[in-house]
Design a protein around this ligand. Sequence first.
Ligand SMILES: Cc1cc2nc3c(=O)[nH]c(=O)nc-3n(C[C@H](O)[C@H](O)[C@H](O)COP(=O)(O)OP(=O)(O)OC[C@H]3O[C@@H](n4cnc5c(N)ncnc54)[C@H](O)[C@@H]3O)c2cc1C
Length: 470
Amino acid sequence: MQQLETDYLVIGTGAIGMAFVDTMLDESDATFIMVDRHHMPGGHWNAAYPFVRLHQPSAFYGVASTELGSNRIDETGSNKGFYELASGPEISAYFEKLMRERFLPTGRVEYFPMCDYEGDKTFRSLLSDQQYTVKVNKKVVDATFFKTTVPSMHKRGFGVADGLTCIPPNDLPRTAAGYKRFTVLGGGKTSMDTCVWLLDNGADPDSITWVCPRDSWVMNRTGTQPGTAFFETTVGSFADNLDAMRDATSVEDLFARMEASETMLRVDPNVEPTMFHYATVSKGELEQLRRIKNVVRGQRVERVETDHMLMVNGEKVGAEPDTLYIDCTARAVPLKDDELTKTVFQDDLITLQVVFAPLLTYSAAIIAYVEANFETDKEKNSLCAPVQLADTPAEWMPSTLGNMWNSFNWSQNKELRKWTDQCRLNPNAAAIREGAGKDPAHKELIGRIRQNSMPAIMNVQKLIAESNSN
Ligand SMILES: Cc1cc2nc3c(=O)[nH]c(=O)nc-3n(C[C@H](O)[C@H](O)[C@H](O)COP(=O)(O)OP(=O)(O)OC[C@H]3O[C@@H](n4cnc5c(N)ncnc54)[C@H](O)[C@@H]3O)c2cc1C
């Protein structure tokens, strides 16, 4: 057993562990030991499918100190006209470079890849029996709370008959050639990406079957763009959502209003979605998805047989033997675990979570700033109330109120406000930096937001109470 010593022992070098330490390096003199099972920082991005991209612009993803990408606007493809979205390999390279060129050269970070944290400030190498125990002078930081899974990491939850091929999307580019029929299993963003990949690469829409257990409301990418050039669409989307929140009479009515202002979209306007996971798409991607007509809705697959799929409800859906099945059923964040949120600061433990949904890295950076600059756990927790990630349209409401509440609290502290206003991970920082808001159209939007915030909050609180009592 080797004895080590540090101020902060950080478990996990995924995006949130990296975002936390990055801000702490600037805001404190502390030392860090970072431990991870992976051989490289970046967490699940190291196991991502090859055509994955961020949902959100690279402009405000990653860590606070260092740009990801070059802030360019895409000129081609389904993201044309919008800020670039980093690919999986770009994100992995970004985190690897950060560790190598920024964290380690400070002399304040020790990095232990290929090591399993066993609890009680002890970890073990996965390649030898070497065990380490750490004297932690300040805190343990748990950067593993979300237990993010991607298709290549998860255990398939349905059976597949011998002789059939069922792959994670990771294997699609090297397996797809030669197949004439494709069945995509799953209703989340990974399944949407897979369908779009098949269509973009020449598959006939009629050769694709999409098993979509739950339809999803998705966010319109126009509402997530940073900077002055997009002020009217991005801030305008928030203002439109506040109008909807103020006037809605039910969750369904709320989403119908957000759809009318095009801040929320859905694949099939005739199907009421029952899922909301913050997936963000462009209208171009939506048009592609709408070309797929063979959609099996409302059911999960129990077992895939040569000539049919047996669904969980006992129904059989016809299938062809020469089909390639693509498993996109991994749940990125297993939300229905017994613990959905946890107090962030608890004595000598920090549990990194979302304090501004769904922006995980911005959240981790804020928690770091608060850790470094405030004194008591009470004070710190009052600024970092965890926001539960939504799974359903109804859960969009508490998640949005949580964001508004935390943002308000941050704005009440002069120093914290100054920091969030300039932090590159804050989606509004670019507009603030560029001095947006002076234009009459901008002023009108800001006025609308000021006027509608309180009535919107009050009405949504009423809708939450109603939906909890149903
Ligand atoms: C396809 C996809 C697209 C996404 N797009 C966006 C986006 O655009 N914007 C956004 O904000 N978020 C996005 N997300 C959410 C994304 O999951 C987060 O941004 C972030 O990458 C999650 O990082 P994490 O550090 O919480 O988790 P992880 O990446 O899972 O990192 C946790 C790390 O902890 C390690 N670990 C766990 N247990 C132990 C142990 N006992 N010992 C040692 N190490 C351990 C793991 O090996 C892992 O490296 C996306 C997610 C997916 C799947």
